[in-house]
Design a protein around this ligand. Sequence first.
Ligand code: CP
Ligand code: NVA
Length: 304
Amino acid sequence: MRHLLTLWELTAAEIERVFAISRDLKAKLQQGLREPLLAGRVAGLLFEKPSLRTRVSFETGLAHLGGSSLFLGADVGWGQRESISDFTQVLSQYVDVIVCRAKTHRRVEELAQHSRCPVVNGLTDLAHPCQALADLFTLHEVVGDLQGKRLAYVGDANNVARSLLVACAKLGVRFAIASPPGYQFDPVFAARVEKELPGASLLQTRDPAVAVREADAVYTDVWASMGQEAEKAIRSKAFASYQVNEALLKQAPPEARFLHCLPARRGEEVTDAVIDGPQSIVIQQAANRLHVQKGLLVWLLTEA
Ligand code: CP
Ligand code: NVA
């Protein structure tokens, strides 16, 4: 039994396998085919934070594959009505997979520790692995072979950025990040990437123009993530010169694509002109959450 808490747990070959299943399922869906590869399987979606894409793409994906899902909000009493151990051992005998969006990464680690079925991280403060899988799948669809391509991330070195860096390092994509002081990668995390993924290419800078210079893709995310609302004013100041706007995009090669995990704060980290512009692939990127999570579930529940 395997969990997916971070992308550290997947090899490059496993990511490629998930992508291959996802490509096949996407092509079949486009022909109207919905094979019941997970007939009768049930996912429990345990969410402590709001979601559109992650929740709906997992629920829809399970339905396409002949399975079903249960959305578990606050009323199940996770960590409140009973011990985490009792809760998780019981839940994980009812369902075949738990998808969890938690306030802290420790919460999904605890789930995985007690769970009798696979646990998939649907976002924590430290990682968003399903997002990064869909992002690199999308980039591959658009630019082809990923080896040696460069993804430039402009903004907060947050959960999304961390998972992207690990995904890029595993798949041979060069990663550049521009963040203001205080919002850069934790040095322990960056050192781990360089130590454990020797092929990794990581450029860290304060200057967005330097990061995007050779980019095949320019990526950004919100300046204040869910749970950081109280820091919004101070973060808006710190990130004021990190907006992805037309002027910054002009510093990148003309064929560079724009990505964003969404939801976006238009007018803050990205302008309307960029997110709605010809270089933006954010809607295709969001659509691929569905296809890639279907591929991930099929791999996790039938092959891993
Ligand atoms: N990108 C993403 O995970 O979106 P949701 O928060 O809507 O799930
Ligand atoms: N960094 C954002 C991503 C939302 C999908 C957050 O954690 O709120």
